[in-house]
Design a protein around this ligand. Structure first.
Ligand code: PMP
Length: 438
């Protein structure tokens, strides 16, 4: 690495979700990005097979987004949205409402997916109170679910490592079973045919506690962080039916599935299942500025506003909710998605992606390949050191492709601008890496 780019020390930055000691002993750095690629300090191009972290859906360094941020920073660097308005926050909320599922057009701005999850849970509870049902306070998440790292999110979440060091969780939470069933559904193309009945576990939880105590169910339509779990055919519809039957709100965490990942604006469109509350983040600004948002139905918004006991209807918000730079980036991002027809593009290239990924079947260590839209997951058999996928990740990076790994799973979520030749490059690089690891 050239000395001008080398930090004096790597000690101070406590890196998130990273083996700090191992990373700092053998660091990987990038200093630039553009389109489908990152660039290392010695100017090697690294093909980004994960859109950063499921977030740069339009690719890196999109000029229109960069310019919008620069303009916004020069015009209005910051304004609170507590008792004060600025036009881009209203405009961006309106624009989001136009692409969200019908009627889900009351938008609360946050700064991340984690904040969106906790905001969604709080809105669900506030709604039940506002409609005179304060006894409906229980929250239901799912095993292997990931809803960020704040206390609400880890409480309804079901990734054990994210919970177990942090003492008591939020109380009144139950978990549905996860839907991953490698024994039954390995190498399914798209949605597994079997497993819709797993949604019926909600019926058992409802019987246990009584529906009059349950506020909301939260799930990721496609679970990412636990290793890419595609919902079985019919599962989400069944969950929706049961929630409606028992007067329980359904929350979709669309932090990774929002903004074209499945070839539709949201997963809700893809599965034709409408939640009552929907969370977003990541690609909402193409990740050029941190931002998240929660969309609630008009019914929820009106109920909370019309039944408030104080002039402020919801005691919740963030200093940087609806930040001018984030809103400007968000509007430019939506313009980019629309003008470049990126959601349609993702839908069109998804079959090629599926075929390419499944061509890896039979390569060493692979026990399952999962895909939907422009999402992919390759599960490897476990190794004693729990780090086979980590080794594949490093080999791919050295060979010029940035993938993600979580546990034994390699996860893929390339920018929606990806070309067929780049899909081939990803698959060939992974194939070679798999042959090299023990
Ligand atoms: N929900 C889901 C489904 C996610 O995948 C993530 C992040 N991977 C989050 C919430 C949390 O988002 P953030 O890291 O922006 O807090």
């Amino acid at each position: 690495m050239p000395d001008t780019l080398r930090p004096n020390s790597l000690d101070s930055f406590w890196m998130p979700f990273t083996p700090n000691k191992a990373f700092k002993a053998d660091p990987r750095m990038v200093v630039r990005a553009g389109g489908m690629h990152y660039y290392t300090p010695d100017n090697r191009a690294i093909l980004d097979a994960t859109s950063g972290l499921w977030c740069c859906a339009a690719g890196h360094g999109v000029p229109r987004i960069v310019e919008a941020i620069q303009r916004a920073a020069a015009e209005l660097d910051y304004a609170t949205t507590f008792n004060l308005g600025h036009p881009s926050a209203f405009e961006f909320a309106n624009r989001l409402g136009q692409i969200l599922p019908d009627g889900l057009d009351r938008i609360f701005f946050t700064n991340s997916g984690s904040e969106s999850a906790d905001t969604a849970l709080k809105i669900a509870l506030a709604y039940q109170q506002a409609r005179g049902k304060p006894g409906k306070y229980r929250l239901i998440g799912r095993e292997k679910g990931y809803h960020g790292t704040n206390f609400g999110g880890i409480s309804v979440g079901g990734i054990v490592r994210n919970r177990r060091t942090y003492g008591p969780m939020v109380s009144g939470v139950d978990h549905l079973p996860h839907t991953l069933d490698v024994a039954r559904s390995a190498f399914s193309r798209g949605q597994p045919a079997q497993g819709a009945e797993l949604a019926d576990a909600l019926e058992r939880i409802v019987q246990l506690h009584d529906p009059s105590t349950i506020a909301a169910v939260i799930v990721e339509p496609v679970a990412g962080s636990a290793g890419v779990i595609i919902p079985p055919q019919g599962y989400l519809k069944r969950l929706r039916e049961l929630c409606t039957k028992h007067d329980i709100l359904l929350i979709f965490d669309e932090v990774i599935t929002g903004f074209g990942r499945l070839g539709t604006p949201f997963a809700s469109h893809f599965f034709d299942v409408k939640p009552d509350i929907l969370t977003m983040a990541k690609a909402i600004t193409n990740a050029a500025v941190p931002m998240g948002a929660v969309a609630a139905s008009r019914e929820i918004y009106d109920t909370i506003l019309n039944n408030a006991e104080t002039p402020i209807e919801l005691f919740h918000g963030y200093t940087t909710s609806g930040h001018p730079l984030a809103c400007a980036a968000g509007i430019a991002t939506l313009d980019t998605f629309k003008e470049e027809r990126l959601f349609e593009r993702a839908a069109k290239i998804a079959p090629y992606w599926e075929d390419a990924l499944h061509s890896l079947k039979g390569e060493p260590h692979i026990v399952d390949i999962r895909n939907l839209g422009l999402i992919g997951g390759i599960e490897l058999s476990p190794r004693a050191d729990n780090n086979r996928a980590g080794e594949v990740f490093r080999k791919c990076f050295d060979a010029g492709v940035f993938v993600r790994y979580t546990g034994d799973v390699l996860a893929f979520s390339p920018p929606l601008i990806i070309e067929k030749a780049q899909i081939d490059q990803i698959v060939d690089t992974v194939r070679t890496a798999l042959k090299q690891v023990t």
